[in-house]
Design a protein around this ligand. Structure first.
Ligand SMILES: [Zn+2]
Length: 459
């Protein structure tokens, strides 16, 4: 089956606008966990507290809330938690967002202030991490069945991790941009920093100062929490020293001169942890062959990792005068030529997935050794050394079966006239490099002949 080709139009426009991070955090005082107006559900037959997998919660507005703002599930009148509730404390059960993409939308009743702060919080996450946020609309909703819905509420709260279908991040006008950054952190999969199993090495909890009945908010999560990085006093996921204080004295003591509980911005540790949670490993290989219509460059991009990647870009050059002719369609890549440089973009590449497509180029006399390709992504990679291809050493060139070397003689019809046609590529690429070194020498000579003839034609 022959892949279709579509023409790509060179563009002289360098239309890349980098989003500047211009967070403007509200400076108002707030207490994340003690938001006024958060009401216990008034129905007396619904329990007001419970335990899930050893994590204690209180029931607020029909939801089981742990540690002030983490939602464990919906509570029915008989006290049963909604069956889809995740087992908090077991990181393997906290679902991450596919490809590091978090679709979101705003409830129609959200206030303009909350909407603006939520938007600012999203921009902050975007500027600091490889998480991508996509606004869910009528046009793309079928692509994004699972999404975050910013909903008005009396306080700030979020589920931990991806729950499935619509999941709320509750915001009120008392929630600063920083506290919404914190709630998004929960939705992405972060727990409170002070509940790490190793926390007693770094802070001390003054149990006597905690409001009666609220001490469970300070319990360590022991059940399989994935601990990322060093203990981070500056984490936006850390409680402050007065959270749930009964008497105005410290509930959490950090070492002297160490402040905790900031709700301004992600710490370096927060960003690092999330980038590590969502990291993957992309790999790039290329394969070069000749046809009547130009040089075919088979691109093979593989996601070797366990997480999907987002916002991939492949930058390919072939000497200084290359003319990029076409790219195989239905590849998922959108390509544009900027002079001799070809830039191809792709929204996502799922984990453990291989993607192959073909570029057709007239190198305009460039040596094959001048071909280079570089793959970058918005997603952190554990190993980026396999993202670059430079043809500096000896080449192993494969030709599609439909391209006999005889076509490279003087009678070949290849030339400038083919530029506006829609050429068809030969056999589909198999993506494996270096398979047929036996025929490589002949084809290498064939390619040289083709390049030489092209140069002669231009002269
Ligand atoms: Zn929280």
């Amino acid at each position: 089956m022959k892949p279709e080709i579509k023409l790509i139009l060179p563009s002289a426009v360098l239309g890349i606008a980098l989003a500047l991070s211009t967070e403007s955090f509200a400076q108002e005082e707030f207490s994340l966990e003690g938001q006024p107006g958060v009401q216990f559900d008034g129905e007396s037959d619904i329990p007001t507290t419970g335990t899930l997998n050893g994590i204690k919660y209180v029931v607020i507005n029909g939801h089981a809330i742990a540690q002030g703002d983490m939602v464990l599930g919906k509570v029915f009148a008989d006290g049963r938690l909604k069956p889809t509730t995740r087992g908090l404390g077991q990181s393997s059960l906290v679902d991450r967002w596919p490809d590091g993409v978090v679709p979101y939308q705003f409830d129609e009743d959200i206030t303009p202030l909350s909407k603006q702060r939520s938007t600012d919080a999203i921009e902050h996450w975007t500027s600091r991490t490889g998480i991508k946020f996509v606004e869910r609309t009528a046009d793309n909703e079928t692509m994004y069945p699972d999404f975050v819905n910013f909903e008005p509420s009396a306080g700030c709260a979020s589920w931990v991790g991806r729950i499935g279908q619509s999941q709320a991040i509750w915001v009120s006008d008392n929630c600063t941009t920083g506290s919404i950054i914190h709630e998004i952190g929960h939705a992405i999969g972060l727990f409170h920093e002070h509940t790490r199993p190793d926390r007693d090495n770094f802070i001390s909890v003054n149990w006597d100062n905690i409001v009666n009945g609220k001490s469970f908010n300070f319990d360590v999560l022991n059940a399989g929490i994935e601990q990322l990085g060093d203990y981070d006093y500056g984490s936006i996921m850390h409680y402050g020293e007065l959270f749930f204080s009964e008497n105005g004295n410290l509930t959490i003591e950090a070492p002297d001169n160490v402040s905790i509980g900031q709700r301004n911005a992600l710490s370096d540790g927060d960003a690092e942890s999330v980038n590590t949670m969502y990291q993957t490993d992309l790999s790039l290989t290329t394969n070069v062959s000749t046809t009547d219509n130009g040089v075919e460059v088979d691109i093979d991009v593989t996601n070797l990792g366990t997480m999907g990647a987002n916002d991939l870009q492949l930058i390919t050059t072939f000497g200084e005068d290359a003319e990029w002719i076409s790219v195989s369609t239905n590849s998922g890549w959108e390509c544009q030529a900027f002079g001799s440089e070809l830039r191809c973009n792709r929204d996502t590449l799922t984990e453990q997935t291989q993607n192959t497509f073909t570029l057709l180029v007239d190198p305009n006399g460039a040596e094959v050794g001048e071909l280079s390709a570089r793959l970058i992504s918005n997603t952190r990679e554990s190993d980026s050394s396999n993202n670059t291809v430079n043809y500096e050493g000896p080449l192993e060139i494969e030709a599609p079966a439909s391209t006999p070397t005889e076509e490279l003689d003087e009678n070949s019809s290849a030339g400038e006239s083919s530029e506006n046609q829609v050429p068809e590529l030969g056999a589909a690429t198999d993506g494996t490099a270096g398979g047929s070194s036996g025929g490589g020498a002949t084809l290498w000579i064939g390619l040289l002949a083709w390049l030489t003839r092209r140069q002669r034609n231009k002269a």
